[in-house]
Design a binder for this molecule. Structure first.
Ligand code: MG
Length: 165
């Protein structure tokens, strides 16, 4: 990883933290997704996979873009009708799920299956973000999908590595 992408990775990790999600929160989701397939899985292996995912340029770009839109919506700074679509997390908007496909796919199509699963079950911090977005003036329209997609891609990376060993 060159210096630019590793600096960008740190920026993204801090951004996720500012928006209420730690790497540890994501580790829990990845671990729960993969422990049934990789019985000797450790949380360190999950963390390494997450850091690999966060080192990818397309992942960093999706994080920067999605979080920016959430923050602007929270501050009421978008134009209508986009402001309302994003701040109310309108189910017909759908661009939040589309944006994160670039994250899901970094380790192949199994990431997409994992993403569909976490999007439906909303484990751990993803459910909390979703709930917070509905019950407070926080906007997590992109954030829940970003976290789901990072976890899904990291789970795929764990699966591929387990296969190679
Ligand atoms: Mg969403």
């Amino acid at each position: 990883m060159n210096k630019v992408t590793s600096d960008m990775r740190d920026i993204c990790i801090n951004l996720l933290k500012d928006r209420g999600v730690s790497l540890k929160d994501i580790v829990e989701i990845v671990y729960d997704l993969q422990i049934k397939y990789v019985p000797d899985l450790t949380k360190e292996v999950c963390l390494e996979a997450i850091l690999r995912v966060l080192g990818k340029r397309e992942v960093q770009n999706a994080i920067l873009t999605g979080i920016e839109l959430d923050v602007l919506a929270e501050r009421n700074m978008l134009s209508e009708p986009l402001q309302s679509l994003i701040s109310t997390d309108n189910p017909l908007y759908g661009i939040d799920e589309i944006l994160v496909l670039s994250i899901c796919n970094v380790y192949g199509s199994i990431g997409l299956t994992n993403f569909g699963y976490v999007d439906k079950t909303k484990p751990g911090i993803i459910g909390e973000l979703d709930k917070m977005g509905k019950e407070t003036n926080k906007c997590h329209t992109f954030m829940d999908d970003i976290i789901g997609a990072i976890a899904a891609a990291a789970a795929s990376s764990v699966a591929h590595n387990a296969e190679d060993n």
